[in-house]
Write a protein that binds this ligand. Structure first.
Ligand code: ZN
Length: 439
């Protein structure tokens, strides 16, 4: 028997559940959910196509590695005054999950159509490092590019010779960035900043010129300098912003690396007062230079959300990814303890290998052994940082294990509602802590 999704009914098109999975019904004829069907929907119903959304005040990237989180995310953005970037994947995530940019975007289009979500959404080619990757993501229809400049940032502690023009521009004066804050450079600091960032600035400017200048593409440009060994000081942030402006580069967002630790999937670790003081300056610099701050690894950073919401005055971009996967696994732990135990045991074996890809300070000895836990205690593992990170960073290997992958997808297929509710509550809590109002 075919069950229609009531919110998907648009003219003579609707989506339905069939024994083999969801299908599209067009004029009474069943069609599989493939690339052609996604293209058809995007052409005929533009609300199912991504758009540049970063100029809206609050935007929120919700990477969905599994391709099943979108219906739950939609509930969040129907509740809160923020705009989603539903498709958001880095090349690393694509490789680890065996997916393509086309597939990620198509899954979103189908979910948006199925749930009848008309609020608009973006699609982010996340952490791209090469011009050819930018070109391919834009060609597929992505409406946001996050340029990862980390290969061009020199973190070796060296100094550069300061050209006269730069010396005249920065030394012997102070820069009022408004709100009572002014910044001054001394020679040594300037020489260090030049050495660290000049390559990254030139790289960002070249990508801007090639793809974005003169509104050549209908997409938002984010510059990310967050993947570095040390935090971006306010002075460094200002220098990068000012040099980009001088070169005519107009990013929609810029992602510095903030002080403290933004580890994947757990709360902020670090000095809250320092974070708050620096956030005030970072936010003022972004306002003065005409872009939004972008906060990466924004999953579960509840301790600093109030500071971010306050100093950005509710104008920000936040990226989350891993937490959506962790919520999917929390539902497994709650509803299918046997399957969860298999995945957990597998993750313990895969952990060492996974630490090659992710910076975490996980202490596995703090994760209670499975044999000591009753089934009802398994979900509480997701309230413990070390257990969270164990499952967080091993997602690639877990999903590359064919037996586990098949069992997990069968489980999520049968428990869609439980996952949607979990996401609604968990991402909803992010919104509340950031001070986002109900829509
Ligand atoms: Zn990042």
């Amino acid at each position: 028997m075919i069950v229609h999704y009531p919110k998907s009914l648009h003219e003579d098109v609707a989506m339905a559940k069939s024994p083999g999975g969801d299908v599209l019904i067009v004029g009474g004829i069943e069609r599989p959910l493939n690339r052609e069907a996604a293209d058809y929907l995007r052409r005929r119903f533009p609300f199912t196509a991504p758009a540049p959304v970063l100029s809206r005040p609050r935007t929120f990237g919700v990477g969905d590695r599994l391709g099943i989180a979108c219906p739950g995310h939609i509930r969040v953005f129907e509740t809160f005054d923020a705009t989603p970037v539903f498709a958001q994947q880095s090349i690393r995530e694509l490789t680890l999950t065996n997916r393509t940019y086309e597939d990620v975007l198509d899954r979103v289009t189908f979910a948006v159509f199925r749930e009848g979500y008309h609020g608009g959404f973006g699609a982010d080619g996340d952490h791209l490092k090469r011009a050819e990757d930018v070109e391919s993501a834009l060609g597929i229809g992505y409406t946001m590019i996050t340029l990862d400049c980390s290969d061009h940032i020199r973190g070796d502690g060296g100094t550069a010779l300061i050209p006269d023009a730069v010396r005249d521009r920065y030394l012997g004066q102070s820069f009022a960035i408004g709100e009572g804050v002014s910044l001054t450079f001394d020679e040594d600091t300037l020489a260090r900043i030049l050495h660290i960032y000049d390559g990254a600035i030139a790289f960002a400017a070249s990508i801007w010129k090639r793809f974005f200048a003169g509104s050549r593409v209908n997409a938002d440009f984010e510059i990310s300098i967050d993947e570095t060994a040390t935090p971006t000081t306010p002075l460094q942030h200002f220098y990068v912003a000012n040099e980009l402006m001088l070169r005519g580069v107009k990013p929609a967002t810029l992602a510095p690396r903030f002080s403290g630790e933004f580890q994947k999937g757990i709360d902020y670790i670090g000095d809250l007062d320092l974070f708050d003081r620096e956030m005030a300056i970072h936010a003022a610099i972004a306002r003065k230079c005409g872009y939004k701050l972008s906060i990466h690894s924004g999953s579960d950073k509840f301790r600093v959300f109030p500071s971010i919401g306050k100093h950005t005055r509710g104008v920000f971009h936040i990226k989350t990814a891993g937490t959506n996967w962790l919520e999917a696994m929390r539902v497994v732990a709650r509803c299918n303890p046997t399957l969860y135990r298999d995945v957990h045991a597998f993750a313990l074996r895969a952990f060492d290998e996974a630490t090659r890809y992710y910076h975490v300070t996980t202490d596995l000895s703090k994760v209670p052994p499975l044999s000591a836990l009753r089934d009802a205690e398994l979900p509480a593992l997701f309230d413990q940082d070390d257990a969270r990170q164990l499952i967080h960073i091993t997602y690639g290997q877990i999903l590359q294990c064919a037996t586990l992958k098949e069992k997990l997808y069968a489980f999520w297929g049968a428990n869609e509602e439980a996952y949607a509710e979990a996401l609604q509550a968990h991402i909803g809590r992010h919104m509340e802590m950031l001070g986002v109002m109900k829509a």
